[in-house]
Design a binder for this molecule. Structure first.
Ligand code: FRU
Length: 451
């Protein structure tokens, strides 16, 4: 399906990907590592694939950064710059501070956390610790997200205990020895195992720093299958204390394993994350080729007055707005195989239909106080079809108007509504490109092709 290759979403040239890993800014580039199978279209031989970008939207793929080896899958984890060489991995004369990756080594019946290091700002990598640095002798213990916590002067790593529906927080001065700080959970949705936690600060109302704990659940997601839940609260260097109930980070069917970037330049003053635009329910059966799996748009995060997470596509996306879409009766005509950015304003119920050149139709509609996405399915994954609903957050209509931003790419639609308090992410699998957007009901808007 060459014309259906996503335009503004990362996909590998070929082969399987899942979770984003090791998102770090180093050497003037945004690095995107990810779970990658160098040998095929299925989950296996898990390695860290690697791509870099200068704008978070155009990606250049590189050689595998951390390859699978017999008895040692390189599962998910994080990366960060060790500015002051606390780990002692630097060598005299190194031009850059070491970039460290902390990842889960997966062996039969054993998962533990290991380190890898890059001395050239993330370009090339070596496995740094033959033995794990954080090991509880467990079969399932994974996905370390590690960051420097300045107030307590230590590294903190948040790691999933999947079966316990817990995350463990660990502290370290040198990245090599770790001590338990606290645990969080079970809480929120506990139907499925927990994976891929993240813990990060955001400025809340009045500029006060709050902390967000995000953890994915393998079952019981907002649309069935997996999903991402979060709490907003406080972190004192030992314990995370939630101040909100669990909420869904995204109400769509395809948002999982998101993690935030480390070491973004301070002047950017933003927090950005990327997720895997997929659902384990059918991920292994998606009929795309020669690749399988894609990332969400990178998103800037914030907190609203009621401590809801807000999301918006990174500001770089606006710079890619090209030709305006041509009006076409009660809709807009779309050049085949393009991605588009559609800011919309609704004053009541509406429908946006997405029709492919083969006549397949998906629809986004607002009805009964909920946003819905209805999509058809390919024969390979009949369970991909469905109508998925997301309740509008309280006060979504401001002075009678609801703001929406729809980013449609060849194989996905991401919707951000109500100041980004509602995020609604779905894959699409038309056999031919979407060429017509039909707009009906109480909605107005415009659209641009994304260059
Ligand atoms: C989440 C996950 C992680 C694991 C990785 C393996 O999608 O299951 O928990 O580290 O994928 O590829």
């Amino acid at each position: 399906m060459p014309t259906l290759r996503p335009r503004v979403h990362f996909t590998p040239r070929a082969n399987w990907i899942n979770d984003p890993n090791g998102l770090v800014y180093a050497g003037g580039a945004y690095h995107l590592f990810c779970q990658f199978n160098p040998r095929g279209l299925d989950h296996g031989y898990m390695s860290w694939g690697h791509a870099t970008s200068r704008d978070l939207l155009h990606w250049q793929e590189h050689d595998v950064a951390l390859p699978w080896r017999e008895g040692h899958d390189v599962f998910s984890g994080s990366a960060f710059v060790d500015w002051f060489d606390t780990g002692g991995f630097a060598r005299p004369g190194d031009p850059h501070p070491p970039v460290i990756a902390m990842y889960t080594g997966n062996a039969p019946d054993h998962q533990a956390q290991y380190l890898a290091v890059s001395r050239d700002a993330g370009t090339t990598w070596t496995f740094a610790t033959p033995e794990p640095v954080l090991d509880e002798g467990k079969a399932d213990f994974r996905d370390p997200k590690t960051f420097w916590h300045a107030p307590s002067g230590q590294w903190v790593s948040v790691v999933a205990h999947p079966h316990e529906r817990q995350v463990g927080l660990y502290g370290s001065a040198d990245l090599r020895t770790w001590a338990p700080l606290s645990t969080f959970g079970p809480a929120g949705v506990t139907e499925g195992i927990w994976e891929v936690p993240d813990l990060f600060p955001l400025r809340g109302p009045g500029g006060q720093e709050r902390w967000v704990l995000k953890v994915d659940t393998f079952q019981g997601g907002p649309q069935g299958g997996c999903g991402a839940q979060y709490w907003v609260g406080d972190f004192d260097g030992v314990t995370f204390t939630p101040a909100t109930p669990a909420r869904w980070a995204d109400w769509g069917r395809d948002f999982y394993a998101a993690i935030t970037y480390a070491d973004l330049p301070a002047e950017q003053d933003r927090t950005v994350w990327i997720g895997w635009l997929n659902n384990w329910s059918y991920a292994t059966r998606l009929p795309t080729t020669p690749w399988r799996g894609m990332m969400t748009l990178p998103r800037e995060l914030g907190l609203s007055a009621d401590l809801t997470l807000t999301q918006a596509p990174v500001r770089e996306l606006e710079a890619r707005r090209g030709a305006a879409l041509a009006p076409d009766g009660d809709g807009l005509a779309l050049p085949p195989g393009q991605a588009v950015d559609l800011p919309l304003t609704a004053t009541g119920e509406f429908t946006l239909t997405l029709t492919s050149a083969a006549g397949e139709e998906a629809a986004l509609f607002l009805q009964g106080g909920a946003l819905h996405l209805r999509r058809p399915a390919p024969p390979e994954a009949p369970d991909f079809a469905g109508t998925h609903a997301a309740p509008l957050p309280d006060g979504a209509f401001l002075d009678g108007r609801l703001d929406l931003r729809v980013v449609l790419d060849t194989l996905s639609v991401e919707v951000f509504a109500a100041g980004g308090r509602l995020s609604f992410t779905h894959g699409l699998l038309p056999t031919r490109p979407v060429t017509r957007l039909g707009l009906s009901g109480a909605v107005q808007g415009e659209g641009w092709v994304l260059t």
